[in-house]
Design a protein around this ligand. Sequence first.
Ligand SMILES: *Cc1c(COP(=O)(O)O)cnc(C)c1O
Length: 481
Amino acid sequence: MRYVSTRGIGGSISGAEAILRGLADDGGLYVPEKMPILPLTYFEDMKAMDYPARAAYILKLFLPEFSDLDHICKAAYERFDGHPAPLVDYGEDLPLVLELWHGPTCAFKDMALQMLPLLMNKAREIAGEEREMCILTATSGDTGKAALEGFRDRQGTRVLVFYPQDGVSEIQKLQMITQEGSNVGVCGIRGNFDDAQTGVKQVFSDENFAKKLQGGFLSSANSINLGRLLPQIVYYVSAYIDFISENPGKTLNICVPTGNFGNILAALYAKEMGLPIGRLLCASNINCVLTELITFGHYNRNVSLHTTISPSMDILVSSNWERALHLLSGGNSEYVKECMLQLASSGRYELNSDCFNAMKLHFDARYCDDDYTKSCIAQVYERTQKIIDPHTAVAVSVLLEEEGFSQKDTPYMVVSTAHPGKFPEAVLSALSIEYNGNPIEALQGYTAIPAPLLGLEEKEKRFLSSVSPDAIFDVVEQFAN
Ligand SMILES: *Cc1c(COP(=O)(O)O)cnc(C)c1O
């Protein structure tokens, strides 16, 4: 298996190298040169396996030179509370729900970020890389904490996280600034997620900056990293197997609350590998750049970013869309490069008709605003006594809005991306629950709150600084050296 940049420069490299580098030198993202195909026997092979074994089965197709994937996958899901990715029937004419928040930071980012450090360690061994590694990460809220938790106290590695100071929930912020570990750093950005992401990308693509790092090298834990994408493919395959075991002969459509396009891209990859899933519905909040793209075929980031109650989706430039574009254009890296140049210079580009048609074969898209999101949380609670988080609610909401949804032959599965306890203010408001004081404690009366979200107020706040986006370079240099 070899990997190439979506923008075509630099030839092909191994999976180990791709995981270590993060972003390609030409600014592109690494993608498989040729998508591996699921063996014909995959269903029979995997049916009786537990989740870590299923993960190893899939990852071996992408990373054949990684010798101990069985151990890596087992270790990656040790800190999860029960099944890492249970497919749950909420009943009451609701979609099936794939719960991906049973990891140590209560968001779906754990699915990949508990594994990425282990993959990176192995990749370093394979590549004979002995320099210290500095992981840089821009976060819209959940990636930061999950990366910190994944990389804390790992030898030979440091991890530095940038988050938009006013763009994350209070709990998300507390989770990050109270992070323990001797090799971690957290810094607020006076700007939005796109500012943080752009700043971090600039650091990566600056060759002179790389030379300033005394004997170390930079890598990324963002979803641009191949090592983030691969573990996410697993839960789609796993969920499909669980579904078909109960519903032989049926197909499954999938609805994903989407921000940087990493999660839903993994579903597209699973489909390309031969998993017979149906439509992929991309759900957005009012930052609906992707809805416009998928509906009309143009990408336009020249709109203002709104903060919403689903902050992990407050994004205008969805990095992983570039991987989808590469795939949908038949691997046309010249075309991808041209689109990305246009996006950088004018903030927009138009899909050509081949690409548009290829996209329509897989994707639908809809969006909803905060009011609909909240009323969806209330509706689901009324029907089932279960509380869903605002991101999950965006996805459920766009489905319930669809006429005749519950009578459809092909059921939908919604990907549930966070525990509601990460967004207690929004959830309490959606449920019209009055409270004084600590919202987490108030929410505790209605749903079980996982231990990692409790007692954050009492922990030491270790990282209080914030900087303007142009100071990112200085912060990285200080931290790395
Ligand atoms: C990151 C995140 C998303 C968006 O996922 P992408 O892979 O960036 O599209 C949605 N919901 C939650 C809770 C998240 O943390």
